[in-house]
Design a protein around this ligand. Structure first.
Ligand code: 2AM
Ligand code: CA
Ligand code: CA
Ligand code: CA
Length: 281
């Protein structure tokens, strides 16, 4: 897996290696899942692959860095107040790995080939490394704070569209039918008439990588978690894009409602959401 290693050694190389191994394993399990369980709701799925991959990534990282802290989707107690919990973890641990073992579990379960592994590293509270690996297309996205973002050694760059009118946008629909779904529907209703088209392919992290790579000009979603966003946020900002909360507030590890764009359409996107009432509390 050497060819994936583009810039850093150390943390970045360990993360790339873990993502590549995890991704290969996920792909090998597609169509062979034994147990599909549910978490907070009937739409909120988890399989033995989500849990197995999280353990695999944890083991691969901890072998090198046994004293680092690890925040993975499948290891967080249900009902944990996530924003506060994540903020505290990033504050109290000098090194915090934030991992989504399978981003796009619903796709994985249905055999819709759009999912990834997302691995981020916070160092002293700062988002420092982000890796997103799509095993279906064998695409490894790598971002390092201050050093840029790469796809197989080639720098990624956000798109050049200046208006929503010319933009392809990504959105998403997390399973929370009480809060996230109405907000995302209101957002979609406001945005669809203003853009070229909208895609909702079911993986927050890959959508962020696609903003970074200029494949969509923007992406917004209400109701996300730290592991959905962390790696992708660094990828977008290191590719020249802008990430904020949908309210316009700065992105933090506790942010739930996210807008990521090429920078050029950011204000128009946020204004459209605000005017529609989708962004309002
Ligand atoms: P997952 O596949 O890792 O669960 C789809 O809009 C996005 O929502 C996916 O990235 C998906 O991640 C995420 N998602 C699914 N369930 C979620 C939940 N309970 N809370 C927040 N995000 C969730
Ligand atoms: Ca999940
Ligand atoms: Ca996720
Ligand atoms: Ca997941």
């Amino acid at each position: 897996r050497e060819p994936y290693i583009v810039t850093g050694k150390g943390y970045t190389a360990v993360a790339i290696n873990a993502a590549a191994k995890a991704g290969e394993f996920i792909k090998s399990r597609q169509g062979q899942i034994k147990e599909v369980g549910t978490k907070a709701s009937a739409q909120d799925l988890v399989t033995e692959v989500d849990k197995g991959v999280e353990q695999m990534v944890r083991r691969l990282v901890m072998t090198h860095y046994p004293h680092h802290a690890f925040l993975g989707e499948e290891s967080v107690e249900p009902g944990t107040p996530l924003a506060d919990f994540a903020r505290r973890e990033a504050e109290k641990n000098e090194y915090l790995w934030v991992v989504d073992p399978v981003d796009g579990t619903v796709n994985f379960v249905h055999g819709f080939p759009f999912y990834c592994v997302s691995i981020a590293l916070y160092i002293k509270g700062e988002l420092s490394v982000g890796i997103i690996y799509d095993p279906i297309r064998d695409e490894m996205f790598v971002a390092e704070k201050g050093k840029g973002a790469y796809r197989h050694g080639i720098k990624t760059r956000v798109s050049a569209e200046r208006k929503l009118d010319d933009s392809l946008l990504a959105v998403g629909f997390p399973p929370d039918r009480v809060h996230a779904q109405p907000a995302n529907l209101a957002g979609l209703q406001a945005l669809l008439p203003k853009v070229r088209s909208v895609r909702a392919a079911g993986s927050a992290a890959l959508h962020l990588a696609y903003v970074a790579a200029g494949r969509v000009s923007g992406y917004c979603e209400f109701g996300l978690s730290p592991w959905d966003c962390a790696a992708g946020v660094l990828m977008v900002t290191e590719s020249g894009g802008t990430v904020t909360e949908i309210s316009g507030a700065p992105y933090t590890i506790g942010s739930r409602n996210i807008a990521a764009t090429n920078g050029l359409i950011h204000d128009e996107l946020l204004t459209t959401l605000r005017e529609s009432g989708a962004a309002g509390e």
